[in-house]
Design a binder for this molecule. Structure first.
Ligand code: PMP
Length: 361
């Protein structure tokens, strides 16, 4: 039976092959009688799982040797604090581009620890867009500049990366990591919570250049000290072992599907199919974000008649198309097309939209 398609923004669907592999491997008993859930984090078995996940991710993203890959407990929101606490050093300023909901949340949190300069923001009306790529306002005494390349809630993606000169670029790539190739060397630090494209909730990947591993602020909890976690291979305390095992399985699955080039090609086809259907609907459905700035991963759209939103969500759910509601801050509709979403899911969605339009248009 087809259980339907999960368009949730996160946690979201996993590839069926990964769920199946997890079902058999995680519950299998090793020679000592333990399942993956029961293995000590300092032991050989989990050590191999961790090393595998790290090596696979390094390979997929071609992470240069002067970067550390950390698998840390907690979500991306935790990194909103950990980034300034670990990277501020002797500087007093940090710069953030305001591109929407999640960058604003990061800005609010950073403001608790440092003076925040807004490097850029889009001031226009609809259609919505990412901040202009220049000029950016970066103060002299600036530890880093933070961007959110893909705004999960707003459905906005930067068309290109800004040039921040010598100021290290830090990016919250929670909703876009591993959906396309990424030049890691352009960044000082990247972080992504796992529950969208890398597996399950409870773990965040941090990729940090080694020269940025400074002495953290005195009050940083020791489990959140990047330097200590890097020195101890993410095992300064108990890491989220099962989330790391799942991430390793996701990385294997991505590698089998032609890696990040394969993910990107598939994502572009899925996003084009859906945005084309929205644009061709004669205004019945509409996308609030300008072409060129539309997220391929989180497709935000709405009905010209907002009173049809709930009927549409019900109609879609009856056809097995689930979790299409927009972010609570914006309402409307949103289809998240993470790596696990098969192309058939998007075909089913555009067919559903056309049928709904025939009925209510
Ligand atoms: N940043 C972005 C871009 C996100 O999409 C999310 C979650 N939707 C977060 C941060 C927050 O992540 P978490 O819930 O894991 O703290």
């Amino acid at each position: 039976m087809n259980a339907g398609y999960n368009f949730a923004s996160g946690p979201s669907g996993l590839p069926a092959a990964v769920v199946e592999r997890a079902r058999t491997e995680l519950f299998a008993r090793a020679d000592d009688g333990s399942t993956a859930f029961e293995q000590p984090f300092t032991g050989e078995a989990f050590g191999a799982t961790l090393a595998h996940a790290r090596a696979r991710l390094k390979d997929l993203l071609a992470v240069p040797d002067n970067y550390h890959i950390l698998f840390l407990a907690g979500g991306a929101t935790q990194q909103f604090s950990m980034v300034p606490l670990n990277l501020l050093g002797d500087a007093s300023h940090v710069a953030y581009a305001d591109s929407g909901h999640w960058s604003q949340r990061a800005i609010r949190e950073a403001g608790r620890y440092a003076a925040v300069t807004i490097a850029a923001r889009y001031e226009g009306e609809r259609p919505l867009a990412a901040p202009p790529l220049s000029p950016w306002c970066l103060p002299d005494d600036c530890a880093y500049c933070h961007i959110t390349p893909n705004e999960t809630a707003d459905g906005i993606a930067y068309p290109a990366l800004p040039d921040c000169g010598a100021v290290p670029l830090v990016a919250d790539v929670t909703s876009c990591l591993l959906t396309a190739p990424l030049e890691v060397a352009r960044f000082g630090l990247l972080y992504a919570a796992a529950q969208k494209n890398l597996g399950i909730a409870g773990m965040t990947v941090v990729i940090v250049r080694d020269d940025l591993l400074r002495r953290p602020a005195p009050l940083v909890p020791s489990s959140c000290d990047y330097r200590a976690q890097a020195a101890q291979g993410s095992r300064a305390n108990t890491p989220p072992t099962i989330a790391i095992a799942l991430a390793g399985m996701m990385f294997d699955w991505i590698a089998q599907q032609d890696g990040l080039a394969g993910m990107q090609a598939r994502l572009q086809r899925k996003a084009a199919l859906l945005y084309d259907a929205i644009d061709a609907s004669g205004g019945f459905f509409r996308a609030p974000v300008a072409p060129g700035h539309r997220s391929p991963v989180n497709v935000r759209f709405e009905l010209a008649r907002p009173e049809l939103t709930t009927p549409f969500l019900d109609y879609a759910a009856q056809r097995g198309l689930h979790h299409l509601h927009g972010h609570s801050a914006f309402g409307g509709l949103r289809a998240s097309l993470y790596n696990a979403m098969p192309e058939e899911g998007v075909h089913a969605l555009v067919t559903c939209m056309a049928d709904f339009m025939r009925r209510y248009g």
